[in-house]
Design a protein around this ligand. Structure first.
Ligand SMILES: Cc1cc2nc3c(=O)[nH]c(=O)nc-3n(C[C@H](O)[C@H](O)[C@H](O)COP(=O)(O)OP(=O)(O)OC[C@H]3O[C@@H](n4cnc5c(N)ncnc54)[C@H](O)[C@@H]3O)c2cc1C
Length: 656
């Protein structure tokens, strides 16, 4: 025992010295890896306490050596075990998604609606920075740079849901913001809600199979695309040559409905292929067509409208109905594109903007394929309900030049199917034989939910009656085509246009978050008869009102194509700028009916004022672009003008 103690006394300083060297070396190594410290254990040993014979020294070395070897073995084993544990953990993590997916499949199997919604989307990704600024007057801009045209079948993006750990979720039984309808107004509302309430959880329910998309290109640019796969990609070249998708946002913009409750920063989810069939307004909840119930804090009805049909077709035999297209949705575009490639003759019934646009689009195609395109309507000229007669006549000539056989003052008496053709019999005895009909005869606002919700429908304009803040009842707002609203400037109205859907959707969204703002921003609408002729309009444009028109000769720059090229935008309502106008001389006195020969030049471009009680309530800018803010201001001011030629000078139509 004594011997041991004395050996330890001799060994201890040595061991301390040795460990000091190690620490110093370690420190040096740590500070300068390039310099390898010189180990001089002998020198260290020599600095240690003296004494002991050669045998004792040998013993010290043996003991120190054993200690080092033991420590080495320990370190090796620890590292090896750590490595094994690490590998086990990696394997376990790697197998988690399969396990979770299997578990999720078992859990979700009895609930088909949940399965369908899980399939929908790729990686949850909210883009709060993409939201418009609060109160920003510009319309919600569709994402022009959307990298892919998303669809229900879109593959999840790399790094998306497939790579994350799947956690089973159900559809939310409650959502703070419920938007019924997946169209333009709902999408605009979702954006403005998120702009004012960045963590908001917004659920859009739509009975269409698609994510929110814009409808205007369905009757315009998509028909002029050179891409043979345009019906699949739904990407198209705008008049300005830039390519974009008709979807407002790619799939990755949205989160899945099942994740809405748990997403840290909230988000916008779209439940596709589901219809709201009942509203319990007092209980703040709705029922879907699969009996799912969802309660809400605030609800927007943005159900748009359903294309009207002619009664004679509605009552006709199946042979007639199956050869008739009512044009509104993506699927209508796809089927009309296909049908029109396989027939000899097509007839468009309706002379409004939709009928005229489709006639021009198909007419152009007829030049290549020999397809006969007929357009018929009760008015005297194209867009006769909107344009003053002289301009409507001019437009009719333009449509004819596009290869369309136009039949004016045509009232359809019956449609039958005979000898493999449809026969359209007109009331004045004229007959047209054709293969297919497109009925573009207006829209019925979709008010299916009025009864269960106890909401008032406007007897004159149709649509849900709402106040100036677009509210129908407590916690319920209505926007877009379905809303009959009180315009604080122009009175009660219902508007069926893209920009109105954007403006009213945005306002409803703001008011759902407590803004309490009235409808004040006049929306505009536009129509293009192909890339060469187009107009933009604002306010009440009804050809039964007195009008005053001021025109100038158009140049090559005065076309929708040139305008979008210049502004760099595709959707016209996005191109609005706050331009101010300089004074210029008006070109002509108000609206004398010029001779047909003169019309061609005189109506190249111009401004048409619509008057009610001598006040301008509507303005059309004919082949005049990017001047909408001026028109908006004139309507907003609501003043009587002694000389509208002076007012027309604000639009600079002679300057370009
Ligand atoms: C081919 C075409 C071209 C157009 N071109 C122009 C143009 O050039 N300029 C212009 O200003 N305007 C144009 N418009 C009009 C414009 O697109 C509409 O005014 C606009 O889409 C209206 O938007 P919204 O959101 O009110 O309705 P919609 O876009 O119709 O959306 C309503 C959605 O709600 C869904 N829905 C309805 N009921 C339910 C329910 N109970 N449950 C769930 N979902 C439901 C519908 O299926 C639909 O998807 C065009 C329209 C069409 C069809």
């Amino acid at each position: 025992m004594l011997k041991c103690r004395s050996v330890w006394r001799r060994l201890a300083p040595l061991a301390r010295a040795s460990s000091t060297v190690c620490r110093q070396n370690a420190r040096r190594t740590g500070l300068n890896n390039a310099r390898i410290p010189v180990r001089e254990p002998a020198a260290h040993m020599s600095t240690g306490p003296t004494g002991g014979g050669g045998r004792e020294n040998l013993l010290y070395f043996a003991m120190v050596g054993t200690t080092f070897i033991g420590a080495g073995i320990y370190v090796y084993r620890t590292l090896k075990e750590d490595k094994e544990r690490y590998q086990d953990r990696i394997n376990e993590i790697a197998s988690r998604p399969q396990k979770a997916a299997a578990k999720e499949a078992t859990l979700l199997h009895p609930e088909p609606q949940a399965v369908e919604a899980t399939e929908t989307k790729a990686a949850p990704e909210t883009e709060p920075q993409a939201e418009p600024a609060v109160g920003e007057p510009s319309p919600a801009t569709p994402d022009s740079e959307a990298p892919v045209a998303p669809s229900e079948t879109a593959e999840p993006a790399p790094g998306g849901a497939a790579e994350s750990v799947a956690v089973p979720h159900k559809l939310p039984s409650h959502t703070p913001y419920l938007l019924i309808g997946g169209g333009t107004a709902s999408f605009a509302a979702a954006r403005s809600i998120r702009a004012r309430d960045p963590g908001a959880r917004v659920l859009i329910v739509t009975d269409e199979p698609d994510l929110p998309y814009m409808r205007p290109p369905l009757s315009k640019e998509l028909w002029f695309s050179d891409d043979p796969s345009v019906t699949e990609t739904l990407r198209f070249k705008q008049w300005n040559g830039k390519e974009r998708s008709i979807y407002f946002q790619p799939a990755s913009f949205y989160i899945s409905a099942e994740e809405l409750d748990s997403a840290e920063n909230g988000g916008v989810a779209v439940l596709t292929g589901k219809k709201v069939v009942h509203m319990d307004v007092r209980g703040n909840k709705v029922k879907l067509d699969d009996d799912t119930e969802i309660s809400y804090d605030k609800c927007l009805i943005a159900t748009g409208g359903v294309p009207r049909n002619l009664q004679v077709i509605d009552r006709a035999a199946e042979d007639v109905k199956s050869r008739t297209t009512l044009f509104r949705k993506i699927e209508d575009f796809k089927s009309l594109d296909k049908v029109s490639r396989n027939i000899e003759s097509i007839t468009i019934i309706g002379g409004g903007f939709l009928g005229s646009e489709l006639a021009c689009a198909l007419g152009r195609r007829s030049n290549e394929s020999g397809l006969e395109v007929v357009q018929m309507y009760p008015e005297k000229g194209n867009m006769g309900k909107v344009l003053p007669e002289y301009l409507s006549n001019w437009t009719t000539e333009k449509v004819k030049r596009e290869g369309v056989k136009v039949i004016t003052e045509a009232l359809v008496k019956s449609v039958t199917f005979k000898d493999d053709k449809l026969e359209v019999q007109l009331k004045d005895g004229r007959k047209v034989r054709t293969d297919h009909i497109v009925a573009a005869v207006g829209l019925e606002p979709n008010i299916d939910l009025a009864k269960s919700a106890g909401l008032e429908v406007d007897p004159d304009f149709g649509g849900y009656r709402v106040n100036a803040e677009l509210q129908a009842r407590s916690n319920i707002w209505v926007a877009g085509d379905a809303a009959c609203f009180y315009d604080i400037r122009l009175g009660r109205r219902r508007v069926e246009h893209h920009d109105h859907a954007v403006v009213s959707g945005r306002l409803a969204g703001e008011n759902m978050t407590g803004a309490n703002k009235p409808y004040w921003h006049q929306s505009m609408f536009w129509s293009d008869l192909g890339p060469d002729v187009g107009y933009e309009a604002i306010g009440i444009v009804d050809s039964s009102l007195p009008t005053v028109g001021v025109f100038a000769k158009a140049t090559e720059k005065d076309t929708p194509k040139a305008a979008t090229e210049k502004s760099g935008t595709g959707i016209r309502s996005e191109s609005e700028t706050e331009e101010t106008a300089a004074s210029t001389e008006p070109s002509s006195s108000p609206a004398p009916a010029p001779t047909p020969e003169k019309q061609k030049d005189d109506y190249g471009k111009g401004v048409i004022f619509y008057l009610r009680d001598k006040v301008v309530v509507g303005i059309i800018l004919w082949n005049v672009f990017n001047r909408m803010p001026i028109a908006r201001k004139i309507i907003k001011d609501g003043e009587e003008h002694a000389d509208l030629n002076e007012v027309a000078k604000l639009f600079n139509i002679h300057e370009d």
